[in-house]
Ligand binder design. Structure first.
Ligand SMILES: [Zn+2]
Length: 478
């Protein structure tokens, strides 16, 4: 059995398979989401949809196949995505006149349609989100984190001017930050991407970045201000109040099923998954123990408790299978179920049950009379505790005293020697692409983002030592 310490990737793959979240398929890089994996996504969708709709957005759906000519209209966009596109070249036994790409993202199709839908300032803003699958033919894949087909949401909006579009870009980034922190208990740094890490075709890209337990970063969500680039490429124009034609300013923003992978990599432990209660498919599992089959009162009590929890809207399971209690404990622990309740004959005599919270070491006896309230409380406090624990871990592994490439190399050598994770490094950057590139080449540390609220300000560039323009997070990333 691989551990998080000796082989994090292997631990991750073993864990998600044993917890029954996904399966591989004969199509390379394309996974099946099993119900427990998919349900985590559904809880993310529910919360995102709630926030999107509160801020005036509506869902729509666009085709998966995109004509090749659409990609050629925006130069940066095609350059960015061309290497990863799968193509449909024939249908019904005949070669197609124009190749069709399986969408990697939908700016082009949506740009084409918005040019028909938007005629006047009265048609703006357009605030639309799509839930869909997208394709990026990846060479190296890792389930949920990087796959050739994945699920995501992509918001596409059009506005009268830059000010409004930039406001939208920030609003959506902020929604991502809130949802990821509050629902997934993952702390993130919000900030701006450097030009080399920008979305292909964007004027500015902003991201939220999360630290996994192996110290690598995951870009958990992005929000792009596209300026008038796509509007010019696709002719999205409107008549303003002065009866003049103007290009709309557009945005796009997305999060994907890599959030599922992130939850596992941030909270999981050697025993398996640890799921934040708000996204756990099963929040509470009830397990009869001892000679419970000879004692019908135990199942009666558990049925009663099951109904009471269900009535409170808690996702509860009752495991009355033939397996031994020890087997069941391991199984539900592996699946990351937040709260386990054991009830045996002696507990019942004392009007008590045992509660075990997934991320705490000890079990505790709780009076049956107050157990429902107690479980509700445990779910709430576990949700908060997971965020605090993840934040403490991230801060512990964020290094603020690395100021040169030599120091970064020394830091990496030290962590290898100590067997500790290298984590993230906050460093200055002069703004020169070449400096960023050199750090990447020498250390595989890439710029994650320029955080809006860095824990410190750095005065000199990590690579060239000149005055820094930005304070940047550097890290290895997925
Ligand atoms: Zn520099």
């Amino acid at each position: 059995m691989s551990t998080q310490q000796n082989d994090f990737t292997k631990w991750y793959i073993d864990t998600i398979q044993k917890a029954d979240l996904m399966d591989y398929t004969p199509v390379r890089g394309c996974i099946a989401f099993k119900p427990d994996g998919y349900e985590i996504w559904e809880h993310i969708q529910d919360e995102m949809n709630k926030r999107f709709k509160e801020t005036g957005h509506r869902n729509a759906y666009f085709p998966m196949l995109i004509p090749e000519s659409f990609f050629e209209k925006e130069k940066d966009h095609i350059e960015g995505f061309a290497p990863e596109l799968p193509w449909v070249t024939e249908a019904a036994g005949e070669k197609l006149e124009e190749r069709l790409a399986l969408r990697p993202t939908s700016e082009t199709m949506i740009g084409h349609l918005y040019s028909n839908w938007i005629k006047s300032y009265r048609d703006l803003p357009v605030l639309i989100n799509q839930w869909a699958n997208v394709f990026r033919w990846e060479k190296k894949t890792l389930p949920f984190i990087r796959t050739s087909e994945f699920l995501w949401q992509e918001g596409h909006t059009a506005h009268v001017d830059e000010e409004e579009a930039r406001k939208e870009t920030m609003q959506m980034l902020n929604i991502y930050k809130e949802v990821i922190e509050e629902l997934l208990a993952i702390p993130v740094y919000d900030g701006e991407k450097t030009p080399s890490e920008r979305f292909a075709g964007a004027v500015d890209t902003f991201s939220v970045e999360a630290m996994m337990k192996d110290g690598k970063a995951v870009q958990a969500g992005t929000s792009h201000y596209l300026g008038t680039k796509f509007a010019e490429a696709f002719d999205i124009k409107y008549l303003n109040k002065e009866n003049k034609h103007q290009h709309a300013h557009t945005t796009s923003w997305g999060t994907s099923t890599r959030l599922i992978g992130s939850v596992i990599m941030v909270h999981g432990d050697e025993q398996g998954l640890v799921l934040p209660p708000r996204v756990a498919p099963t929040q509470v599992v009830l397990i009869p123990v001892g000679p419970w089959k000879k004692n019908p009162a135990i199942m009666e009590k558990l049925d009663e408790l099951y109904a009471a929890l269900k009535a409170k809207g808690i996702r509860v399971r009752l495991d009355d299978s033939d397996q031994s209690p020890g087997y069941k404990f391991n199984e539900w622990e592996l699946k990351g179920v937040p709260v386990r309740v054991d009830l045996g004959p002696r507990d019942l005599e004392n009007n008590q049950a045992l509660i075990k919270v997934r991320d705490l070491a000890d079990k505790e006896s709780v009076e049956l009379a107050v157990i429902v309230e107690r479980i509700e409380e445990e779910l709430k406090t576990m949700q908060t505790r997971l965020l605090e624990t993840a934040r403490a871990f991230r801060d512990q592994n964020s290094h603020l005293n690395v100021n040169s490439l030599e120091e970064l190399k020394q830091h990496l050598a030290d962590s290898t020697e100590k067997g500790s994770i290298p984590g993230w490094v906050l460093a200055g950057w002069c703004g020169d692409d070449a400096c960023e590139e050199n750090v990447k080449e020498e250390t595989k540390f890439t710029t994650r983002n320029i955080p809006f609220n860095p824990p410190a300000e750095k005065a000199t560039c990590i690579n060239c030592g000149k005055e820094s323009k930005h304070t940047v997070w550097f890290a290895r990333s997925y």
